[in-house]
Design a binder for this molecule. Structure first.
Ligand code: NDP
Ligand code: 2IT
Length: 454
């Protein structure tokens, strides 16, 4: 329990969380995401009772609806395979549901509810008209052939198409769902609907995708980190950065951080940690992209080729560095990892992934006054450019790379500004978690208030 809360806020928080846990048993990730938000929002609603009286937080923690369905498909040997899929339509108060699809063998409803809940706040912060949702399947794309992935995506869309649409719900990618999967999903949607709708984002450039959507989450995270440091009169240049993950978000975070003058010395995958003290850059970054985006291989291959260290089962957080950028998955940075980072002099943490830091770690960074940007602020660049993809589709035109980049930088700057407005303490310390939560909450809450009791 955070110690800086008043006793009234502590009591309310405890009661609220006890009710939420009782209503949503066995969903630890969802409890964690809600607790992190409630720690900021309950004190805020105590000071602004209009939101409390209208039970806005209670309503916002109950998804509008969840669709659960079976996906049956055939593998290359002709075996019948059965998976489960979900679409969590969390809140559409400020725009159609919007959020990614995740394919991961360990995916659960708890994970999707945490992701959908976070997405509501994140999408609100982007300043674009997007509600929040998330979906996916326990399908494991690892080791599957392209044709198996195609058959799975077609079977999944054959059910999902009736629940989505440009004015209803607009999915995109996430872990395990990249350009290959989006193309198969969109192809089947188009076939079933006989419509060329902007119902999925992250599309290929030849059929309605936006320039820079691929890079947007990682680039946006680097821009946010730059804003954080500049707000303190510092900069990214010359700093050592620890990045985790080696997928879409991590690769483009590394690329932009390199451009801004940082040295990224780590990456990770499910097998372990890559440590390259000279920095992952130039032909080494090109190799990493090919290894992970095209060949879907292991980082151990990079270590072997370039003669650096690979530590099986390890994460980057004990390597000394000033910037930490977790870009793999939830709960990959523990309380102890946070203490190690603080001890080693970390200045700033920007979450490229969704909820990579355990709640204890969030509290450690707050106590140590380490700048800490939660994913809903720092990784919003991806969904923001998804929103820009929808705008381009609606106008039937494509903006240049420079135009999208300018807009992305502006949006990340605006999100930073909102965090400062709602999170800056009297001593100038910016509490990004509280700032992002309150700013994200307000826009959605005001819309819900205006709609009356629904
Ligand atoms: P990818 O599938 O492209 O990459 C995921 C990376 O994380 C891979 O390197 C993968 O390892 C690693 N990883 C996944 N699960 C685990 C695990 N359980 N333990 C250790 N490593 C793991 O996904 P993205 O890069 O798209 O997503 C990464 C994070 O960013 C997620 O939290 C996602 O929700 C978030 N995010 C993504 C956005 C997007 O636009 N794609 C937007 C905003 C947030 P391996 O290579 O071995 O599979
Ligand atoms: O977590 C996220 O913001 C995403 N996976 C991107 C969602 C989107 O709709 O682009």
């Amino acid at each position: 329990m955070p110690s800086q809360l008043s006793s009234e806020a502590q009591k309310d928080l405890h009661k609220f969380m006890a009710g939420l846990i009782e209503r949503n048993p066995h969903e630890p990730e969802f409890h964690q995401a809600v607790q992190e938000v409630a720690e900021s929002i309950i004190p805020f609603t105590l000071a602004h009772p209009v939101y409390r009286d209208a039970q806005i937080l209670e309503r916002m923690t109950e998804p509008d609806r969840i669709v659960i369905f079976r996906v049956t498909w055939e593998d290359d040997e002709g075996n019948v395979r059965v998976n489960r899929a979900w679409r969590v339509q969390f809140n559409n108060s400020i725009g159609p549901y919007k959020g990614g699809l995740r394919f991961d063998k360990s995916l659960t409803l708890s994970v999707l509810k945490f992701l959908g809940f976070e997405q509501v706040f994140k999408n609100s912060l982007t300043t674009l008209p997007m509600g929040g949702g998330k979906g996916g399947s326990n399908f494991n794309p690892k080791g599957k052939s392209d044709r198996e992935v195609m058959r799975f995506c077609q079977a999944m869309m054959t059910e999902m198409y009736r629940h989505i649409g440009p004015e209803t719900d607009v999915p995109a990618g996430d872990i395990g769902v990249g350009s290959r999967e989006i193309s198969f999903l969109y192809g089947q949607y188009k076939r079933l609907m006989n419509r060329f709708h902007s119902t999925i984002t992250g599309k290929g450039l030849s059929y309605g995708g936006s320039l820079m959507r691929t890079e947007a989450t990682g680039y946006g995270c680097a821009y946010f980190l730059k804003n954080m440091l500049e707000h303190r009169g510092d900069g990214v240049e010359g700093k050592t950065a620890l990045v985790s993950g080696s997928g879409n978000v991590a690769i483009y975070a590394i690329e932009k951080l390199n451009e801004l003058g940082a040295r990224c010395v780590t990456a990770s995958d499910r097998n372990g940690l890559l440590y390259d003290p000279n920095g992952i850059q130039d032909e080494k970054l090109a190799f990493l992209k090919d290894l992970k985006e095209v060949r879907r291989g292991s980082l151990a291959e990079y270590a072997e080729k370039f003669g650096c260290e690979f530590h099986a089962g390890k994460r980057p957080w004990s390597v000394p560095g000033q910037l930490a950028v977790p870009c793999a998955t939830q709960n990959e940075l523990s309380g102890d990892d946070a203490r190690t980072l603080v001890k080693n002099g970390a200045l700033a943490v920007a979450e490229g992934a969704n909820m990579p830091t355990e709640l204890e770690g969030v509290h450690v960074f707050r106590e140590a006054r380490t700048m800490f940007a939660p994913g809903k602020a720092a990784n919003a660049g991806g969904v923001a450019v998804s929103g820009l993809e929808q705008s381009q589709n609606a106008q039937r035109l494509s903006w240049s790379r420079e135009e999208v980049d300018q807009r992305l930088q502006k949006i990340m700057g605006d999100i930073h500004e909102q965090c400062v407005t709602h999170g800056e303490a009297k001593d100038g310390n910016v509490r990004y978690v509280a700032g992002a939560n309150v700013a994200g909450f307000l826009k959605v809450a005001d819309a819900m208030l205006a709609f009356g009791v629904i």
